[in-house]
Design a protein around this ligand. Structure first.
Ligand code: HEC
Length: 111
C-alpha cells in the first residue's frame, strides 16, 4: 500500500514538473522588434491584418496569442495551420524569431 502511495506521489510530481512554465523570455532588442514589425507588415498582415488587428476573416487574431507560448508560435508558423501555409521554406529561423518578438510584445516596441 505504501508503494502505491509513493507511486501516486511520484506521478503527480511529474505532472507538476511538466506543467511548470519556463522562465519568461527577456524582452527583444529594438532592432529585432523592428525587423519583426517590418516582416509582419509585408508577409503576415495580408491575412492577419495590419498591426495584428484581425480584418474579420478566418485568420487568428494575433493580439490574443499567448505571449509566453513560444513553442506553439514556432510550430504553427513553421508547419502551418489549417488554411495557413507553412513558412519554414519561406522564412529563415531568425526572421521567425523577429516576428515572434513583434507578436509577443503585443506590437509594443521595447524601450
Ligand atoms: C494566407 C493567409 C495567411 C498568412 C499570409 C499568414 N497566416 Fe497565420 N493564419 C492564417 C489562418 C487562416 C489561421 C487560422 C488557422 C486555424 O483555422 O486555426 C492562422 C493562424 C496563425 C497562427 C496560429 C494561432 C494559434 O491558434 O495557435 C499563428 C501563430 C499565425 N497564424 C502566425 C502567422 C505569421 C507569423 C504569419 C507571417 C509569417 C502568418 N501567420 C501569415 C492565415 C494566414
Amino acid at each position: 500500500m505504501k508503494r502505491v502511495a509513493a507511486l501516486v506521489a511520484g506521478l503527480s510530481l511529474c505532472a507538476f514538473a511538466a506543467s511548470a512554465q519556463p522562465k519568461p523570455e527577456p524582452p527583444p532588442t529594438p532592432q529585432e522588434f523592428a525587423k519583426g514589425e517590418e516582416l509582419f507588415g509585408s508577409i503576415c498582415s495580408h491575412c492577419h491584418g495590419p498591426h495584428m488587428v484581425n480584418p474579420g476573416n478566418a485568420s487568428f487574431d494575433l493580439r490574443k496569442f499567448p505571449h509566453d507560448d513560444r513553442a506553439r508560435f514556432f510550430n504553427d508558423v513553421m508547419n502551418g495551420k489549417k488554411s495557413m501555409p507553412p513558412w519554414k521554406d519561406v522564412l529563415h529561423p531568425d526572421e521567425i524569431e523577429a516576428i515572434w518578438a513583434y507578436v509577443r510584445t503585443g506590437g509594443k516596441a521595447p524601450q
